[in-house]
Design a protein around this ligand. Structure first.
Ligand code: FES
Length: 160
């Protein structure tokens, strides 16, 4: 199953979206021009991981000295601060703890939804309910549960 998260031009660097996929909650992060997706569940105690702060990798050469590397690709859980690599889900606290599941993210071409025309003096609203084609086959009325192309008008009752 693929889920559309956002339009690319509406998802800027440093932003995140949290999407629901069935019973899963997944955080999608844009770090620079890279995208990462990670399960919104901290394996430590079940915290809402994807609501935490992102930060760069920090390395220390000794007391009082540190350097940061790269962009904010480390995610800290908001409950107890465990940190996870956005790319792999690996924790760097709690040795032996499992990593967080990560997902692949792609940028794919899309189409603008068709613009509905005013009808009977009414302006189209913001919502479109899913509809299905209906046709008669040898005295059986059949509904096709596959989504139909958006530009096809709904069939209006009765036989053909
Ligand atoms: S629940 Fe995430 S660090 Fe404890």
């Amino acid at each position: 199953m693929k889920i559309v998260v956002a339009r690319l031009d509406e998802f800027g660097p440093g932003e995140r979206r949290i999407v629901e996929a069935g019973r899963r909650s997944i955080g999608v992060f844009r770090v620079g021009d890279d995208f990462y997706a990670i399960n919104n569940y901290c394996p430590h105690m079940g915290g809402p991981l994807c609501r935490g702060r992102t930060k760069p990798w920090v390395t220390s050469q000794g007391p009082g000295e540190y350097t940061t590397a790269g962009e904010d690709a480390l995610l800290a859980c908001p409950w107890h601060g465990w940190e996870y690599d956005l790319a792999t889900g690996q924790s760097f606290l709690g040795p032996g703890e499992p990593s967080v599941r990560t997902y692949s993210v792609s940028v794919e071409g899309g189409q603008e939804p068709p613009v509905a025309e005013p009808r009977g003096g009414r302006q189209p609203g913001p919502y479109v309910a899913e509809t299905f084609p209906v046709h008669v086959e040898d005295a059986y009325v059949v509904v096709d549960t596959n989504p139909r192309p958006a530009a096809v008008p709904a069939a209006r009752g009765g036989a053909q």
